[in-house]
Design a protein around this ligand. Structure first.
Ligand code: 6PG
Length: 235
């Protein structure tokens, strides 16, 4: 079977609004099914700017939010009050109204270093696994979560045999601008479903490069067979 046969198709939506609606609907359905099947739903939510519209729509879903547990796929090493904080973005776009009843486990904590924070949150992340749903974004460089090409933490972050569920990521050149905390690929793939949410031509070309064999972090996601992946894209 060729790669093309195994790789997830890119599901094309008409525009950003349609993408947010479709993604929010798919997330809500996955969480609802998890609650029906197992009594609770475990969701790892990406950071960045793309998902905010999806989270706003997701917050309107009629779910028993008290049975949903949410964490982040990664975080910038900034306080939750920072405009760069993924925790802040998720709290502002999703965790108000009924979704406030959801459990939320942030990755940042008020400790000295990202490594201390990563180790501190590991036991709480372990309780999520397997995730019912992981929502990821992607950078034009092919990074997912905070697993960046060329970063010193990348090898461990992509290592299928690592014990780590969460790790510190140093700032790098050209990215990331600030130190990060990221779930490892091993944690991200310990999931019943993974959605990759991307927009724009540049990221589409990055996806095509990865599908063609370019050894980018995103290829480790789309070329694996252990967790089902859906790729949702609009211009
Ligand atoms: C982050 C993310 C990161 C993000 C991509 C895409 O902290 O930034 O989790 O992996 O998904 O960088 O970001 P945009 O949605 O802002 O393009």
């Amino acid at each position: 079977m060729s790669d093309a046969d195994r790789l997830p198709a890119i599901e094309v939506l008409a525009d950003h609004g349609a993408l947010a609606d479709a993604c929010a609907d798919l997330i809500a359905k996955a969480l609802e099914q998890a609650i029906t099947d197992r009594g609770r739903a475990a969701f790892a939510a990406t950071g960045g700017s793309t998902p905010a519209a999806t989270y706003r729509r997701l917050g309107e879903a009629r779910l028993d939010w008290s049975k949903v547990d949410i964490t982040l796929t990664d975080e910038r090493w900034v306080r939750p009050s920072s405009m760069d904080s993924n925790e802040r973005m998720v709290r502002d776009s999703l965790l108000h109204g009924p979704p406030r009843a959801a459990g939320f486990v942030p990755l940042w904590s008020d400790v000295a270093t990202p490594e201390e924070a990563a180790r501190a949150v590991e036991p709480r992340l372990k309780a999520f696994l397997p995730f019912d749903l992981v929502l990821l974004g992607m950078g034009e460089d092919g990074h997912i979560a905070s697993l960046f090409p060329g970063n010193p933490a990348l090898a461990e972050g992509l290592d299928a045999k690592t014990e780590r569920l969460c790790l510190a990521v140093p700032a790098g050149d050209p990215a990331p601008a600030q130190p990060r905390i990221s779930l490892s690929l091993r944690a991200l793939l310990d999931a019943r479903a993974v959605f990759l949410l991307v927009t724009g031509e540049a990221k589409r070309q990055t996806l095509e490069r990865a599908a063609g064999g370019a050894d980018l972090p995103v290829r480790r996601l789309i070329a694996q067979q252990s967790a089902p992946v859906r790729v949702l894209w609009s211009r």
